[in-house]
Ligand binder design. Sequence first.
Ligand code: SAH
Ligand code: SF4
Ligand code: F3S
Length: 440
Amino acid sequence: MSKKYLITTFGCQMNEHDSEKLAGMLENMGYSEGETLETSDIIVLNTCSVRENADLSFFGKLGYLKNLKKNHPDLTISVCGCMMQQPHIVETVKKKYPFVDIVFGTHNLHEFPQMLIESLSNRELSVHVWNEEGDIVEDLPVKRKLETKAFITIMYGCNNFCTYCIVPFTRGRERSRKPEDIIREITELAQNGTKEIMLLGQNVNSYGKTLENRMDFADLLYQINEIKYLERIRFMTSHPKDLSEKLIKAFGACEKVCNHIHLPVQSGSNRILKLMNRQYTKEHYLQLIEKLRMVDKNIAISTDIIVGFPGETEEDFAETLDLVKKVRYDSAFTFLYSPRKGTPAEKYEDIIDEDIKHKRFNQLLKTLNDITQEKNLLYEGEMVDVLIEGKSKTDETKLSGRTTTNKLVNFKSNSKEGKIVPVRITKARTFSLEGEAIEN
Ligand code: SAH
Ligand code: SF4
Ligand code: F3S
């Protein structure tokens, strides 16, 4: 029987995709995926440091593994990802969790097989964290969680240094993959049945700046749009400051690009946007939304918003509510500001009281949810095309999938994962739609 591995992933899709690569490398070495922590021989925790609760859940999990390792001394525990790029975290792991076998970072994922082989013969905690990014490594094996909907990293790192954000410190400087490598990967996937791809990057809108033969994200989209058998193209994340006219035009012109954009705004107050170093104003953002709706009047728009950034006054918060009402988002991720070690905002004064933060957060959530519900109601009675992703999480007898506008639809059907089917929407909920498949 082959040895088992289990990977627990925290954080964003970039991390999810890194875990797919780790799984690919482990399977190439002859391991197979395990079902529980208790029955696995290798456990990998792929960490995120974007907010404090991500840190806390990692240390909670590590605490549990301490006992597990006592009973299974042969168990290999690896910890990797964004948290490991922070020296104070590595120090804590060494001091308080010395039973960990391998520590590595975001820049040297490809070395994992070698680290594992060494660790199996020398059972001591070993740390392999690169402080700087190396060259992009192509052709790593990937074991994808979903075949119909595949993640494709198009660029690594971030140069924006939003003052609250740890990502530029954990993922290094921006660098883009060569277009030919991206096109080759997607073409192969599409030939093997992948219908939808999600292009990943911390800011896909600045794709191409590091390439020898300069090109931009719009040029890349036009090329991907030509790939045979591919049906849908999504991407995340877009930074508003780099959303050019050319790119907006490309969204309209490429029919495979989905009618949805995730455009994080963070705040509606120009004063706070400046303190966050976001490099756009509320007015500029609203203009972008208008332009996007001109090329596609039904485009769904989602966002990220931070509540309680240092110095946020009632007036600043009112600007955020006003922006939300003007844009009328289809959905949004809302976050309570969390100070991150080493970022400029960590030193900002005028910390917002926890009670006030929560009060604003709840008020924002209510405003957002009411709008989402109203927008979803417009779908009742409408026909939509749904790409089936699998069984519904809430009802085993149903399937679920997404519209091009990224709405989750649950419905009964005999069709299969990977098919795009017409569905009539019968009921709108706040976070999903119910429907009936129109079968031939
Ligand atoms: N590169 C992406 C997303 C990065 S992290 C972008 O620029 O949009 C995802 C989201 O986490 C951010 O959009 C932001 O809303 C939130 N976030 C990041 N750092 C945070 C912090 N210190 N406190 C609270 N939320 C944070
Ligand atoms: Fe963080 Fe800003 Fe870069 Fe996004 S664009 S990863 S929020 S620094
Ligand atoms: Fe977290 Fe790193 Fe992603 S900090 S959000 S896993 S890039």
